[in-house]
Ligand binder design. Structure first.
Ligand SMILES: [Zn+2]
Length: 199
């Protein structure tokens, strides 16, 4: 039996890896595979994107995957039940919080949460009152404000740290949401700190 060693030291057999890669339904009752980057576990037949083998851990029982901190998949119902929408949206929020600094689109987020972009957008908005992308922007703005207040990093450095490759675009979007440019926000806040210190 060929055993493929993954980075995490977990062993996935060549046969299991083939079943995962080909979404082979005949293996569904034999094992589950969990993916470190998404924290979701799936049945071999799941139609979700084939993960990087280095991030895969195999479990023989769904309960073991859950105990190890993995979440059931909405698409293949790996938890043995239909994942409640509320739970799925918590997954999406966690995914966005973990990945806000990287390039994210609705498609990328939906892919990471194993659902369709349309469905994610609709359910997220129904539960949270805002769309996944609005949620992402809020998180990015909050992080950016924190960097502006607490560090001396340049605007382009901060833009990059919050997932905006384009600093000008970041500044425009910041101003639209806060009515201040990043620089103004920083200056206003610094004078506030100064006032508090001299009181
Ligand atoms: Zn799945």
């Amino acid at each position: 039996m060929t055993v493929l060693e993954t980075k995490s030291g977990n062993k996935v057999t060549a046969e299991q890896w083939r079943a995962i890669s080909e979404s082979d339904k005949s293996y569904d009752d034999q094992f589950y595979y969990a993916v470190k980057t998404t924290r979701i576990f799936c049945r071999p037949s799941c139609k979700s994107r084939v993960p990087n083998i280095a991030n895969v851990t195999v479990f023989y029982h769904a309960e073991d995957a859950i105990k190890a901190g993995y979440r059931p998949c909405k698409r293949c119902k790996s938890g043995g039940y239909r994942l409640p929408d509320e739970e799925w949206i918590l997954q999406a929020e966690a995914y966005i919080k973990e990945n806000f600094a990287t390039y994210l689109t609705l498609d990328v987020i939906a892919d990471g949460c194993h659902g369709s972009p349309y469905h994610l957008h609709r359910v997220f908005k129904r539960i949270n009152g805002i769309t996944p992308l609005e949620y992402l922007h809020q998180i990015r703005m909050d992080k950016a404000k924190k960097y502006l207040r607490q560090t001396d990093k340049t605007i382009s450095e901060i833009a990059a740290l919050v997932g905006n490759a384009n600093a000008a675009h970041f500044a425009t979007s910041f101003k639209k949401r806060t009515n201040q440019s990043p620089k103004e926000y920083r200056n206003n806040h610094k004078s506030e700190v100064l006032q508090n210190e001299t009181q």
